[in-house]
Design a binder for this molecule. Structure first.
Ligand SMILES: NC(=O)c1ccc[n+]([C@@H]2O[C@H](COP(=O)([O-])OP(=O)(O)OC[C@H]3O[C@@H](n4cnc5c(N)ncnc54)[C@H](O)[C@@H]3O)[C@@H](O)[C@H]2O)c1
Ligand SMILES: [Zn+2]
Length: 358
């Protein structure tokens, strides 16, 4: 069994994960167990969950699919459902889904009656390697990402790669963006393995998922409340989140999956790293080539770019009105609290636009 034990939380990956969950539930005397799903994970993942746990006295709460439902209104719906179905402080919520379900479910659990226990069972690659681990839970405020939330660890995170069999292909690549980010901020050796991620080779896929979970967990354990080191997990996200928000708001722009927006953010922020901190140009070009081979290229005109830059003011790393980036001097070597001029930001978009992938 691959297991990480933190103070009040464990992450258990692959073999033995269900046994761990079943033992932990049967020794915990929960008054009621709720399972939060979206309509897709209800269809594809709930049957596996029921088979693996043999829990029959559970209440299922279903929310609609997609980032646009990661809202306070959906949270209200879930709080009401919990209340109507008699949830009390000894109840457990199991979040069975992608990052939207684990982010929102963790937030609802952490606030209902001032906080009840929850378990994350991530079913998308992105949620397995990133969203379900580390205790950040929350919802969007309009199109602004993750503006409302809390940091609270789940009791357990149960990672079973079996769920990936039904995950649509574009969501596999979306999850790869966070794995690539983990490689960029921590290790070139790991980065080089992430490019070839595929679920056709399950043992290797499980190994890479486990490595990403460990990278994230190591960082979060050293800096749970994001005073410094944890900010590195936001690499690619300062611009990535602004692009994601902008595209969510503008019907003429493609709706980007989280990982697709982050992939653009990774290119832009690696370019900025090369401009400001001498990140190798050769590596920049190689990384850009590889990212553009996996993720769609989006066109931004001057108006889009100005509007995206305006959205940076909502980034949660900002203090005293300055926008603070995480940048790299090399793969695995980061610098936090970097201030970047608008001129360099625009040059980064120009680099992205003019880059001809080979
Ligand atoms: N809390 C964090 O630290 C953190 C980190 C990274 C990302 N996030 C958040 O995660 C979210 C993105 O997560 P996501 O990409 O998993 O989105 P998602 O939850 O919307 O899942 C993607 C899609 O896949 C479907 N799905 C999930 N598992 C499936 C399965 N096994 N089979 C078939 N369909 C399945 C879902 O129903 C959905 O349609 C964003 O809101 C992002 O902000 C949070
Ligand atoms: Zn992310």
């Amino acid at each position: 069994m691959k297991k990480i034990k933190r103070e009040n939380s464990s992450v258990v990956c692959h073999d033995g994960c269900w046994e761990y969950l079943n033992n932990s539930i049967s020794s915990s005397n929960y008054s009621k167990i709720f399972v939060l799903v979206d309509t897709e994970t209800k269809k594809h993942c709930l049957p596996i969950f029921l088979e693996k746990t043999s829990l029959y006295e559970i209440e299922i709460i279903t929310i609609p699919v997609g980032e646009i439902y990661k809202t306070i209104e959906t949270s209200l719906f879930v709080w009401n459902a919990l209340s109507k179905k008699g949830a009390d402080r000894q109840s457990l919520i199991i979040n069975l889904g992608g990052g939207v379900v684990t982010d929102l479910g963790g937030f609802v659990a952490s606030t209902y009656q001032r906080g009840i226990s929850f378990v994350n069972i991530p079913t998308s690659l992105l949620a397995m390697v990133d969203a379900s681990v580390g205790g950040k839970n929350g919802v969007d405020l309009g199109s602004l990402k993750n503006q409302i939330g809390v940091i609270k660890d789940p009791k357990a995170v149960i990672v079973d790669s079996q769920f990936l069999k039904t995950l649509p292909k574009e969501h596999i690549t979306s999850g790869m963006a966070e794995m690539i980010k983990h490689g960029l901020i921590s290790s070139e050796k790991y980065l080089n393995k992430t490019w070839g991620f595929t679920i056709d080779n399950i043992p290797e896929a499980e190994d890479l998922i486990w490595r990403s979970v460990r990278i994230k967990n190591d960082i979060v354990t050293q800096d749970p409340t994001e005073k410094g080191l944890r900010k590195t997990l936001n690499y690619g996200h300062t611009l990535g989140h602004a692009i994601e928000s902008y595209c969510l708001e503008h019907p003429k722009k493609p709706t980007l999956l989280h990982g697709e927006a982050i992939a653009i953010g990774l290119i832009l922020e690696t370019y900025i790293s090369s401009e400001m901190f001498g990140f190798s140009n050769e590596k920049l070009n190689e990384i850009t080539n590889k990212l553009l081979a996996i993720f769609p290229k989006v066109s931004f005109n001057d108006y889009d770019i100005d509007e995206i830059i305006k959205l940076l003011i909502f980034d949660k790393k900002n203090t005293h009105g300055t926008i603070q980036f995480v940048l790299l001097t090399d793969i695995g070597k980061s610098k936090t609290n970097c201030v970047v001029s608008n001129d360099i930001l625009k040059k980064a978009f120009k680099f992205y636009k003019n880059f001809i992938a080979k």
